[in-house]
Design a protein around this ligand. Structure first.
Ligand SMILES: NC(=O)C1=CN([C@@H]2O[C@H](COP(=O)(O)OP(=O)(O)OC[C@H]3O[C@@H](n4cnc5c(N)ncnc54)[C@H](OP(=O)(O)O)[C@@H]3O)[C@@H](O)[C@H]2O)C=CC1
Ligand SMILES: O=CC(=O)O
Length: 329
């Protein structure tokens, strides 16, 4: 009987499908995610790992799990998994692409709109009783319509962002390393520098990789318009947070909305939390009930296929491990 570890609580429906497969299923139900040491202890005899962003699944974890055949990440980003180590060991790595793109773009666009129309800071002012008499020059916001949105990383989520921006009559630019065939009305820009210079809003949707770590730092903020707003719903380390703080305080950019930070959770005394022009959400862009349920079911499908010796439907390293895959040995 294969054994599966689920590293966070999950929907009862997903747990039921896992258990109905006949596998032995262990679900980490604690409010806190397992520590790295807890994870190492818990994987000793597992065949499948249903993993979450809360844990780094590195070579050390993989070496503690000699039977591990498949890692099914609950999410599309899998930067928390040491993919080179999985490839070396023939462990299949899977994710949940596509199904969360619309919810994630909804949140990214909501962050953009909130920063533009000041739903981030003005309600707090009203609650403090500081709403003065009507003032034609007071509480001024920034338009969304006819402004330029720069999308960095025009993949599945970036494309959904472009569609939303079109509905708001925005001009849309995008930067990818490769120009797309389907552009959703957006205009391709061939460098990060150019898109930063030209955009009123910059929304990040590229994955976290060694190349994109600290991709947004002091030099990049200085290229942006002083009126520009940054939206980051991809991964915290894509933005150099110290440089962002300086840019927000010095006025190099006007504002930032972040769904993701370093670390997560961000400590309550972090300097970014003192700024009115910075809005921070607790990594929830995909977090609607419907979408999270679909992600859970896709993760279940992936992990069950892997422990049964089949290629998981959303395997990201099938080509790399074709010759040494544990699920086939
Ligand atoms: N906050 C949240 O809750 C969520 C966050 N995410 C994050 O969003 C990311 C994107 O997801 P998704 O849209 O599905 O991924 P996709 O793979 O569909 O799209 C990623 C895009 O980024 C581009 N890209 C890759 N590297 C670079 C680079 N160095 N510079 C510029 N563009 C680059 C790719 O194009 P090309 O290869 O041509 O460069 C591709 O178009 C995930 O990796 C995850 O980190 C996802 C879901 C929810
Ligand atoms: O952060 C979430 C993801 O799906 O990636």
């Amino acid at each position: 009987m294969p054994k599966i570890l689920v590293t966070r609580r999950t929907f009862p429906e997903a747990a039921e499908v896992l258990r109905a497969s006949g596998a032995e299923v262990v679900i980490w139900e604690d409010a806190d995610a397992p520590s790295h040491e807890d994870l190492i202890a818990a994987v000793a005899d597992i065949d499948g790992l249903y993993a979450h962003i809360t844990n780094q699944v590195n070579a050390e974890v993989m070496d503690a799990a000699p039977n591990l055949k498949v890692i099914a990440e609950f999410g599309v980003g899998y930067d928390n998994i040491e993919i080179a180590a999985a490839n070396e060991r023939g462990i299949a790595v899977c994710n949940t692409p596509g199904i969360l793109s619309e919810s994630t773009a909804d949140e990214a666009f909501a962050l953009l709109a909130s920063m533009a129309r000041r739903t981030n800071d003005l309600p707090a002012m009203v609650k403090r009783g500081e709403w003065g008499d009507f003032d034609p020059l007071g509480y001024l916001a920034t338009d969304i319509h006819h402004k330029t949105l720069g999308i960095v990383g025009m993949g599945s989520i970036g494309s959904e962002m472009a569609k939303r921006a079109a509905g708001f009559n925005m001009n849309v630019l995008y930067y990818n390393r490769n120009r797309r065939d389907e552009e959703f009305g957006a205009t391709y820009v061939d460098s990060l520098e150019k898109i930063l210079e030209r955009s009123d809003y910059v929304s990040l949707h590229n994955p976290l990789t060694p190349e994109t770590t600290n991709m947004m730092s002091t030099d990049q903020f200085k290229l942006m318009k002083k009126s520009a707003i940054l939206i980051n719903t991809t991964r915290g380390p894509v933005v150099d947070q110290d440089a962002l703080y300086e840019a927000l305080v010095s006025g190099d950019i006007a504002g930032a909305a972040l769904d993701v930070t370093v670390p997560e959770p961000i400590p309550a005394d972090h300097p970014l939390l003192t700024l009115d022009n910075c809005l921070i959400m607790p990594h929830v862009a995909s977090a609607t009930g419907d979408t999270r349920m679909k992600m859970a079911m896709m993760s279940v499908e992936n992990v069950l296929a892997g422990v049964a010796g089949d290629w998981p439907p959303y395997c990201v390293n099938q080509t790399e491990i074709a010759g040494n895959a544990r699920i086939k040995s």
